[in-house]
Design a protein. Sequence first.
Length: 346
Amino acid sequence: MTTRVWQGMFVAAVAILAMPAVRGETVTYEMVTVGDAGNANDSTGYGAVAYGYQIGKYEVTIGQYTAFLNAVAKSDPYSLYSTSMANDLNTAGISRSGSSGAYSYSVIGDSVNRPISYVSWYDAARFANWMQNGQGNGGTETGAYTLNGAMFGGAVARNSGAAFYLPTENEWYKAAYYSPVKGGVGSPGYFRYAMQSDSVPGNVVGYASNQANYNTGVAGGYSVTQSTVYSSEQNYLTDVGSFVSSASYYGTFDQTGNVTEWNDLSGAAGITRGIRGGEWYTLWFTSDSSSRDTGAASDQSTMGFRLAGPAQASPVPEIDPAGLGSVLALVTGALGLLERRRAGGA
């Protein structure tokens, strides 16, 4: 079998594994563990985290957000849906039909695994609450965050015990750029880009390392079209994880490029939140570790997001009763043989 066929099969397998629920199904959100607690800050002043935690392997996708809307936004009192999700053809992914009280949401075309954008920080927090509440009757207003209808100017902090939440800036930064072995075993450090690289990345989708969805500004231009010519009718997003050899040390994808992402700054209550990561249209020097921004939490612009969570305890291995019986039988038989040998003077 040729290498190209194997690669095609691998991409198909990744797409199937990453395929999110859209309607009436459970959203599965994959996280990676970020260990190496107690690391120092980068020279930028960010990245130190004193504890282990988890963070989304991928940005939250259009398919996952569509499932969320169908579950909680039949009347959409909190404006979780933006018409730009359908009207901005550069990132379009979700259409809405019906009337208030009976709204229905659908993925546009093949956008299911592309990252959601045009969400405010409050929208992302409500998604986290919905996940926290088991995607069930707990709704969107309590859980990881107590929102109580907040949409414009509500200073909200994360609640203790949250299982899903928006990462702090340090958590986001560490997952993107830190490696405990950057300079070799025992020599930690930070990379400039979230693909374990200090060199300017390429932007070709596929298997080459150090690639991201951004605008080179020169030959190659936009990642999706490999052209410098902009089109208002072209969708420029890539499926999450498309740059399969360009993960961070901890295994996250697309923390450089695709869409910028909300973060929670220090985690304190506030009406301003952090933005990091660069987008499909940004240039390389606005997509690296030195680049950061802030925005009003109510800004329902081109940002997307990923979730974080507490570190998971290592599971205690379960004992298989059938296997245990076999082991006991083996031990009993061995003891019996030993006794017989003793009795025989062996």
